[in-house]
Design a protein around this ligand. Structure first.
Ligand SMILES: Nc1ncnc2c1ncn2[C@@H]1O[C@H](COP(=O)(O)OP(=O)(O)OP(=O)(O)O)[C@@H](O)[C@H]1O
Length: 785
């Protein structure tokens, strides 16, 4: 009988009291709190074995209610809890729940006390890994017992070593056997990963933990030769993406008949990127005597089917369970309203203020947007794009450069960044809304890894406000809704970052500059140093002002208040009438106008070009009116709240639109030729690898894949295709939206024509309706950052 294990408190699993279920025949308990270290591992094992009849349950919670009480919405991650629960029922599992009991006894998680091979302990310790993380602790004993396992845990919590440590322990002990050290030996471990980056990462983690084992990583997009020769030399662990593994099997370079351990990492992503048939073909051809472990964030029907068909009475370990919050602790979430145009201008400010010089990953929906955002950012912050149209070699260089801090902002599509373990990413920016809650969790999970802190910012347009609320419900998280950083905050953060860089200046260099510095200070005092800091920060000229309504540069937001004894109706026309009377140029140039929501106040906020605003503020105005400049949204006046912003972008919100069924249907149209039946390697023949590539013919701007089978930006392609649809539909809607702006102030000179396909604004010239790559005025390029 299998069991369901849940943990409600990640990073706090230290000392466990394991009780048999209250309804079990025996109520004896095994207390692990004060075990002496030597016998610790054996006791853990014994405790688990003794439980093999009725499973354990901890005693702290009366009865675990594993089913979420909340109602799941389609595509909700809550569905996955149901699925996990359902799966447990399918396997006739009973509940086990681990709860922290009493103070942390870190000894019990100490890897030096777990009877692990000393070589493994040494290499783990040299990497700073001294104690098991909760998922590793939960998987450890059942894995050593040879149980098949289905597991999920939050992002960045150490799932790789959860299967890695027990498998390496098994392999290391077997190593005494001479036949297992011979050259040309066949792999005993197969790890399947959905993307090549994840495969490489898993391989790295295993290699660094057990450098004495031969680990080979195989994935598409690179030559077969080096992978084939590594396999022919003899190998213990093969980590790879399904497509390339099948190709290598077909080419007789990879033989799986001695595989003892199978790991399916991110199984749900196999489905998302279209590998389900390949995975099944591989599983069909593995020896039936093996141990299988499946890690998956969600349990779509296909993963459940896999588990039923290919796993043997698996133990389900769920460290997410009915915990509402699906994100790792330590990730602070902000949501910022922006328009498609203003996103572009606030992006570098967000990086400056929230990453504070650390690493940032910006997520876009399409490859093309990743390129354009990265290009635009590069004017102010070193940045590179990562997506499926970039060659494998360049991707590796990009990732290494990012890891090493050669540049600090990576702009990536979803699949590109899935599962990436880059230490110390400080900030995640969801430049566009994710398509589903899982994507949000995975994107955000690139920060706050291994117990560290991080920040994730979601940019949304006013039409996406409800989606943001749905996201909160689905993920079980809470955003803090904030305004984009005010210019003062940007300057302050820039100054701090510049000050931090000063510590890197070599003392000998400092000596050369000291006499001049002394002279400057004598002549100008601290303003000399301030000038130097401003220059270093890139603010040798004062930053241009920015609208608090649209966040566009070059605009100033003003507030007009009319005395409350004036009984005339106050409207946008009142503002333009007032401006015509005082300063006609202002009336001609006025941008957005919003009436203050508070009925007790007669007034409005509105945008004017910076210079015109300055002039207006110097004019005499009729009595009974007050005009002032607003410098900070929401904090400026007690009664004014920034009204909802009019969206000037495409309704590119595909959140929750794609059920698994839809996903596979969509994929159906581009499914791989020759793979309709599980059947086998033989049916694919030698040319299948070419066939596999053959289906990817389109290289359209929507983000269609190139030869990128394993890395597979298929979801990005999906996003791209729909983005285009969104663009089309927005083109129609935008006539209205832009028309309104145009009517109010005439600021938007170019109303998008009905033939416009792209709804956002160009990164080059700032005009809406075309992309930077289609910009008619590339020679006239201007920087927005
Ligand atoms: N016990 C440990 N102590 C310290 N660091 C650890 C431990 N286990 C894993 N790590 C480190 O934590 C980081 C995250 O681990 P890993 O990539 O396996 O997480 P994950 O759960 O697979 O994440 P994701 O779901 O995002 O793929 C890695 O850098 C890994 O080396």
């Amino acid at each position: 009988m299998a069991s369901l294990i849940g943990v409600s408190s990640i990073y706090q699993i230290p000392t466990l009291e394991l009780y048999q279920r209250p309804n079990a025949a025996s109520t004896s308990s095994v207390r692990l709190q004060s075990l002496d270290s030597k016998s610790h591992f054996n006791n853990l094992l014994r405790a688990h074995r003794h439980s093999s009849g009725p499973p354990f349950k901890t005693g702290l919670k009366p009865t675990p209610t594993f089913l979420p009480s909340a109602v799941a919405t389609p595509n909700s991650s809550l569905l996955s809890q149901e699925a996990f629960k359902g799966l447990a029922r399918d396997f006739d599992q009973n509940d086990i729940e681990f709860q922290p009991a009493g103070p942390t006894n870190t000894d019990e998680l100490d890897i030096s006390k777990l009877d692990l091979p000393s070589r493994l302990v040494d290499s783990l310790q040299s990497r700073g890994i001294t104690h098991l993380f909760p998922i590793q602790r939960a998987v450890f004993v059942p894995a050593l017992e040879g149980r098949d396992i289905i597991a999920r845990a939050k992002t960045g919590t150490g799932k790789t070593l959860a299967f890695g440590i027990p498998i390496i322990k098994g392999l290391t002990e077997d190593e005494q056997e001479p036949s297992l050290r011979r050259s040309g030996r066949l792999p005993r471990v197969l790890v399947l990963a959905p993307t090549r980056e994840l495969a490489k990462q898993v391989e790295k983690e295993i290699k660094e933990s057990a450098p004495y084992l031969n680990t080979v990583c195989v994935y598409g997009g690179v030559s077969y030769v080096s992978q084939q020769s590594a396999l022919s030399r003899g190998v213990d662990v093969v980590v790879g993406t399904p497509g390339r593994i099948i190709d290598l099997i077909n080419g007789n370079s990879l033989k799986l008949n001695e595989v003892q351990y199978l790991v399916l990492d991110e199984a749900d992503q196999m489905l998302a990127v279209g590998f389900e048939e390949d995975v099944e073909v591989i599983l069909e051809n593995l020896p039936s005597q093996r141990q299988s472990m499946l890690f998956s964030a969600t349990m779509p029907a296909w993963v459940k089917k896999l588990a039923r068909k290919y796993l043997n009475n698996p133990l389900t370990i769920d460290l997410v369970g009915d915990e509402e919050e699906k994100l790792a602790e330590g990730i602070k979430l902000y949501a910022i309203a922006a328009t498609a145009t203003s996103k572009r201008s606030i992006l570098s400010d967000l990086v400056t203020v929230y990453a504070k010089g650390g690493k940032t990953i910006v997520f876009t929906q399409t490859k093309r947007d990743a390129d354009e955002v990265s290009l635009a950012l590069t004017n102010s912050i070193a940045s590179e794009a990562l997506h499926g149209d970039i060659s494998q070699h360049q991707r590796e260089r990009t990732l290494n450069g990012f890891r090493q801090g050669k540049f600090t902002v990576l702009v990536a599509t979803d699949v590109a960044a899935r599962g990436l373990d880059i230490p110390n990413v400080d900030l995640i920016i969801h430049y566009e809304l994710p398509n589903d809650p899982e994507t949000f969790v995975h994107r955000s999970g690139r920060t706050g890894r291994a117990g560290k802190h991080g920040t994730a910012i979601l940019l949304y347009t006013s039409s996406q406000r409800r989606t943001v609320r749905s996201l909160e419900r689905d993920v079980g998280c809470k955003f803090e809704f904030v305004s984009p950083p005010a210019m003062e905050e940007v300057l302050e953060s820039s100054a701090q970052q510049v000050v931090a860089t000063l510590t890197g200046v070599h003392p000998e260099s400092v000596q050369f500059f000291t006499p001049t510095a002394q002279k400057l200070i004598e002549e100008q005092g601290t303003s000399a140093l301030a000038a130097a800091l401003a220059q270093l920060s890139g603010f040798s000229r004062p930053p241009s002002s920015r609208s608090l309504i649209t966040h566009e540069q070059g605009w100033t937001t003003l507030q007009l208040i009319r005395d409350s004894d004036n009984t005339r109706y106050f409207s946008a026309r009142s503002v333009t009438g007032f401006l015509s009377d005082v300063f006609s140029s202002a009336a001609d140039e006025v941008g957005k106008i919003h009436i203050i929501a508070d009925e007790r106040v007669q007034g409005a906020v509105f945008d004017l070009p910076e210079e015109i605003a300055k002039e207006l503020l110097n004019k005499d105005i009729p009595p009974g009116n007050t005009i002032s400049k607003i410098t900070k949204a929401l904090h400026v006046t007690l009664y004014w709240q920034l009204p909802p912003l009019q969206d000037d972008g495409p309704p590119s919100d595909f959140y929750g639109r794609f059920s698994d069924r839809e996903r596979s249907n969509r994929r159906g149209s581009t499914s791989r030729g020759g793979f309709t039946s599980r059947g086998g390697f033989a049916s694919r023949g030698g040319s299948t690898s070419r066939d596999r590539r053959g289906f990817k013919t389109s290289r359209g701007w929507e983000g269609e894949d190139s030869d990128d089978d394993d890395f597979s930006d298929r979801s990005s392609r999906r996003g791209g295709r729909n983005f285009k649809t969104g663009g089309n539909s927005w083109s129609r809607a935008s006539g209205k939206s832009s028309g309104d702006d145009w009517l109010i102030g005439g600021r938007r000179s170019s109303r998008p024509s009905s033939s416009d396909r792209f709804g956002g604004a160009c990164f080059n010239c700032g005009e809406s309706g075309h992309r930077a790559s289609d910009c008619p005025s590339t020679s006239n390029r201007r920087s927005f950052f």
